[in-house]
Design a protein around this ligand. Structure first.
Ligand code: COA
Ligand code: AMP
Length: 644
């Protein structure tokens, strides 16, 4: 497959395929173990595979203590740069280790032990990172819930993870607004059937949480007098965290990350993909609630002994579209990582890059972009402006680190705009047709990865092996179904063109149309509904809802739209960005009753969408067409089109 590329990348890739155990045994040397790996891969029970069975380590020790022991105690580990509050706080490795040890002691005093879950519902504050690492220190399992999610999403995660303790911030700060978290947390705990024993609240001066004495205590009270906790050795195969992600149904999937494979894969990726060395400054402008934040704000930079930046701000508006360049200059960032939508937001506000002029960005070696497809125009704009390689990389919450990338630390390969380059060593990526046969180069199909997945990828879904197998491993036995479609070209470069299921990507955020449909269907006037993702020039995609009213129900369409939008905002969260819901007489369906969402999406995106032969009543689609196509002229956000 990889015919023309020779060199260090090609050699590493072939080694990873020919002898994965030798390959990952060598990479495991980058991690400190309590019990070093003997066997590398447990493949006794396919399709379940476990990396480093029998080995023991502590992820927090690898992220903090070992760097202090090795003389990096005074080096900055974490810089909290918060233009929304004006705070700028630097934690050295020693200080961060000590604060994490104390909070781990506080959690232990609240009864948290190895294997217990702790849900974090947090803004981008240092306590978020401290709490994650404190869980890792105890061998407890954290589950961070993105602050932009609403009560229903939070409740679903609490019920699935069954945490002993919840840690929350009293508020987030978004676009100049202080957003109290208490209404969401109280509503989620009222709705959930599981009761955590305690909630620890980080009281931010911008808005105080009204503590309920029977349930809540402040962070300060929690740590008061707490004994610092030592690192608890755990099995490499023990869970480090659960991160819920959107599937095609309303029930989120609890992606499990183990300790050993995760540490090895992330540390290896920093060297081989991100070309970042200990002591350098790495900045992922994402949020700790997403996988990019878990992997590349918290764990990978710290496992490496680099300095990481926790940026509590936006690409624009905090205070302006020069914010990214200010942070790079001020902290001498060597490697930056964000989502294409963030760059499109900057480009929209400052198309000529005027706010970059006069800034010294000489420290910056690379800009990495992921979370959605990097459209060629955004690629070209960023690389012209910055004069550094702009590196698209493709991955998912499930994999935890890039499946395809330009492996800058192994061998910088030529960049092809529109492609995240080549499969990363360890990932045997194929593009297949409906029967599982390889597609010829250049032709589109489903993207799959041969099992076993490399270290760091999900071993299962939390408490649901059956759903794990059904969702990912049954469509094409022996492979993992990514849910993305695309193609490989004759040079082995991958092109990832979008999801083949009902997951949508809004401003780099992965959301489930199924979850939004469940909320719309809950309105008493609604008989049936569909939510689709339509192309949006700034956010990549935006959701649009269509509802059919119950027989005999009359509703003012504007008032109903407002109610439905408010319901989705309250239950799923503001981040869903559902702003338009149309009342329609009927939804187009197949004869077997399946709503033709893909056809609706194609028409809305202005594609020459064929009408499937299985359609039940073509006149329904004909009547819907004008409603579908008059978007985004009326409602769309502005910006340069992310089409290729
Ligand atoms: N807590 C509470 N609310 C949040 C939130 C959080 N952590 N994050 C977002 N929201 C809210 C926003 O305030 C906004 O609410 P509004 O409807 O009242 O304005 C809504 O959710 C949508 O937010 P967002 O998606 O951020 O859109 P935006 O229009 O405010 O900003 C971008 C657009 C492109 C600037 C922004 O989406 C962005 O920076 N994206 C980068 C994406 C990213 O980092 N992805 C992670 C993968 S790498
Ligand atoms: P998440 O699990 O939130 O990281 O979202 C993963 C999904 O985002 C993938 O399945 C893709 O659909 C999309 N995605 C992420 N990165 C890229 C990329 N570089 N190119 C194309 N799609 C991407």
């Amino acid at each position: 497959m990889l015919t023309v590329l020779m060199g260090e990348y090609q050699r590493a890739y072939e080694r990873s395929v020919a002898d994965p155990e030798a390959f990952w045994r060598a990479a495991a040397g980058l991690i400190d173990w309590v019990t070093p790996p003997g066997r590398i891969l447990d493949d006794a029970a396919p399709p379940f595979y476990r990396w480093f069975p029998g080995a023991e380590l502590n992820t927090c020790f690898n992220a903090l203590d070992r760097h202090v022991d090795a003389g990096r105690g005074d080096q900055p580990a974490l810089i909290h740069d918060s233009p929304v509050t004006g705070a700028l706080t630097t934690y050295s490795y020693r200080v961060l280790r000590d604060e994490v040890a104390v909070f781990a002691g506080a959690l232990r005093r609240l009864g948290v032990t190895r294997g217990d879950r702790v849900v974090l519902y947090v803004a981008m504050v240092p306590e978020a990172v401290i709490a994650m690492l404190a869980c890792a220190r105890l061998g407890a399992v954290h589950s961070v819930v993105f602050g932009g999610f609403g009560a229903r999403e939070l409740a679903a995660r609490i019920d699935d993870a069954r945490p002993r303790v919840v840690v929350a911030t009293s508020c987030g700060i978004e676009a100049g607004k202080v957003l109290p978290y208490q209404p969401m947390l109280d509503a989620a705990l009222d709705a959930a059937t599981h009761r955590p024993e305690r909630c620890v609240i980080v009281q931010r001066p911008q808005h105080l949480f009204e503590l309920r004495p029977d349930r809540d205590l402040s962070w300060d009270d929690a740590i008061d007098g707490a004994e610092p906790a030592e690192c608890v050795p755990v099995a490499a195969t023990d869970p480090l965290y659960i991160l819920y992600t959107s599937g095609t149904t309303g029930k989120p999937k609890g992606v499990v990350r183990d300790n050993g494979g995760h540490a090895v894969a992330l540390r290896w990726s920093m060297r081989s993909v991100f070309d970042t060395a200990p002591g350098e400054v790495y900045w992922a402008a994402s949020d700790v609630g997403w996988v990019v934040g878990h992997s590349y704000i918290v764990y990978a930079p710290l496992l490496t002994g680099a300095t990481t930046i926790l940026y509590e701000g936006k690409p624009v508006g905090t205070p302006d579209a020069g914010a990214f360049w200010r942070v790079v200059e001020q902290h001498r960032v060597t490697t930056m990582f964000t989502a294409p939508t963030a760059i499109r937001a900057v480009k929209k506000e400052d198309p000529s890059g005027a706010l970059l002029r006069g800034r010294d960005l000489s420290s910056l070696r690379h800009l990495f972009l992921a979370g959605e497809r990097l459209d060629p125009q955004t690629y070209a704009w960023a690389s012209d402006l910055l004069s550094v390689p702009v590196i698209d990389n493709w991955w998912q919450t499930e994999t935890g680190w890039p499946i395809a990338a330009n492996p800058r630390g192994l061998e910088p390969l030529p960049i092809k705009a529109g492609s995240p380059s080549v499969p990363v060593p360890g990932f045997r990526v194929r593009v297949v047709d409906g029967t599982g046969r390889d597609m010829p180069a250049g032709e589109d199909g489903a993207i799959v990865i041969d099992l076993p997945l490399p270290p760091g990828c999900l071993p299962t879904l939390w408490g649901d092996d059956e759903r794990f197998v059904r969702s990912y491993l049954t469509a094409y036995p022996g492979t993992y179904l990514t849910g993305d479609g695309g193609r490989l070209d004759e040079d082995g470069y991958l092109y990832v063109m979008g999801r083949t299921d009902d997951v949508i990507n809004v401003a780099g955020h992965r959301l489930s149309t199924g979850a939004m449909e469940e909320v719309l269907a809950g309105h008493p006037a609604v008989a049936e509904c569909a939510v689709i993702g339509v192309a949006d020039p700034l956010k990549g995609q935006l959701p649009r809802g269509f509802v059919v009213l119950k027989r005999g129900v009359e509703a003012d369409p504007i008032g109903l739209e407002e109610e439905l939008v408010a319901m989705v905002r309250a239950q799923i969260g503001a981040v869903a960005a559902l702003r338009r819901v149309d009342v329609v007489p009927a939804l187009p369906k197949t004869r077997s009753g399946k709503i033709l969402r893909r056809t609706m999406r194609g028409i809305a995106d202005g594609l020459d969408e064929p009408v499937p032969s299985t359609i039940d009543d073509p006149s329904v689609l004909d009547r819907l067409r004008p409603v579908l196509v008059n978007y985004p002229a009326a409602h769309g956000s502005e910006g340069s089109a992310p089409s290729s």
